[in-house]
Write a protein that binds this ligand. Structure first.
Ligand code: SF4
Ligand code: ZN
Length: 420
């Protein structure tokens, strides 16, 4: 018999009302900052014999021993076991930590994996909140929300800086790499089914993401493996299987089964969607896209802006301006929201010629995707260092200057077929 846990043993409140709470620098007792020191969060599937249920272990100094307002290391490892547990579920659990930790009164959490940041407020510290309580929250939530697959759970909360550094490089990063590798070997052709995701219908009622191995959800947080795990954990939940029957057009990635699914899950608002075109029935966008790409007519290509970019694009619009015309679950041919990882995909705008259409990206985004995008361009067009041909804000923020730059570099988009 599984007992659903509702009470969490912590000295402050736990409620979704605290999720958006911001803790200012002056109000914080301690901060754990993965961008400065070694921090991480990790879920690991284990054998039942390796786990003592509800064991919460703190390794290192507790919050009292840290100087007020200082930056420290933290890592928490949640180990789970269960007959129906799979290692593919690990990242799905992990992604929930953000919400779980934010629901604690006076605790703020951002980021994921080894780029987390956690702040604990002075009030919450004074109420008695300590390192083990993070473990209590994670234990209680994982046991109650994933009762179908988790029989036993134990948590290690590590605040010893040297131990965080050691485990980050020896355990956490290799685990993340292994997951990413598993996904990178999957192709759209190599799997039997895709998945729908309607998690964003709460605020974008007609929006449906179709998630494939080579095209993750536009939020960047739902890969095909994640969607698959979500479906297996909750068969009536937000991610449903889409079969691949009824191929209509391979070039655009158009399938009758995909159209039927999109029509069903959008309650009829949407009838046809392609997987690989930005012009012909492109996928819709909700509001949480990591990036938006849009046609830049003069250079016969597309500009991409990421959410973090605050400046102007050669399209003549900033990210918020692009977002205002791309979101809301409607199709806007020529504009599309997408995840960062999609940029280096061989399926990115495949119908329009692929990644060779990318003519401009903010410099910071270029740096983030360079390695993989260069590899894709080499494979598709036999071009070396393709990213160097792409403009950025240091080169141009208007179409004419951009065009001159592209001509100088011999950018492939200039010799592709007209897009419109
Ligand atoms: Fe799901 Fe992400 Fe798409 Fe929202 S944006 S529907 S969470 S895949
Ligand atoms: Zn969304």
């Amino acid at each position: 018999i599984k007992i659903k846990i509702t009470k969490i043993d912590i000295p402050v409140a736990f409620a979704s009302a605290f999720e958006g709470e911001i803790i200012r620098r002056g109000d914080m007792q301690v901060e754990f900052d993965g961008s400065r020191v070694d921090c991480f969060e990790l879920v690991q599937a284990k054998e039942a014999t390796e786990i003592e249920d509800h064991k919460i272990e703190v390794i290192g100094p507790d919050f009292d021993e840290f100087e007020v307002g200082s930056k420290q290391s933290i890592a928490y490892i949640v180990e789970v076991a269960g007959k129906n547990m799979q290692s593919d579920f690990e990242p799905v659990f992990e992604r929930k930590f953000h919400s779980y930790i934010n629901c604690i009164e006076g605790v703020m959490h951002t980021g994921q994996r080894d780029m987390i940041r956690v702040r604990v407020s002075k009030d919450t510290f004074n109420a008695g909140f300590r390192a083990k309580h993070i473990g209590e929250v994670l234990y209680a939530k994982i046991k109650s929300e994933f009762a179908a697959v988790v029989d036993k759970c134990q948590v290690k909360v590590i605040t010893d800086a040297a131990e965080c550094t050691k485990l980050r490089s020896e355990l956490a990063v290799p685990s993340y790499d292994k997951r990413d590798e598993r996904l990178s070997t999957l192709t759209d052709e190599g799997v039997d089914v895709y998945y729908s995701c309607i998690m964003c219908q709460a605020f974008s009622p007609s929006h449906v993401c179709v998630v494939t191995p080579e095209r993750l959800g536009l939020c960047g947080a739902v890969s095909w493996l994640d969607a698959k795990a979500t479906n297996e954990l909750d068969p009536q939940g937000p991610c449903q299987v889409i079969t691949k029957g009824g191929l209509i057009d391979e070039r655009t990635g158009s399938y009758q089964d995909v159209n039927d699914a999109v029509k069903k899950y959008s309650q009829g608002a949407l009838e046809t969607v392609t997987l690989y075109s930005i012009i012909e029935d492109p996928m819709t966008s909700c509001g949480c896209f990591e990036c938006i790409c849009g046609i830049e007519p003069l250079s016969n290509g597309v500009c991409i802006a990421n959410r973090e970019y605050a400046g102007m694009t050669p399209i003549g619009m900033t990210f918020p301006e692009l977002a205002s015309m791309t979101g809301g679950g409607v199709q806007t041919p020529g504009f599309m929201g997408h995840g960062k990882h999609f940029i280096a995909s061989k399926k990115f705008m495949k119908a329009e010629g692929g990644v060779g259409r990318i003519v401009w990206m903010p410099k910071d985004l270029k740096d983030q995707v360079a390695e993989k995008l260069n590899a894709t361009a080499k494979e598709l067009y036999n071009i070396d260092n393709f990213v160097d041909m792409i403009g950025d804000e240091t080169v141009a923020e208007d179409p004419e200057t951009l065009l001159a730059y592209l001509e100088e570099k011999g950018h492939p988009a200039l010799s592709m077929e007209p897009m419109m």
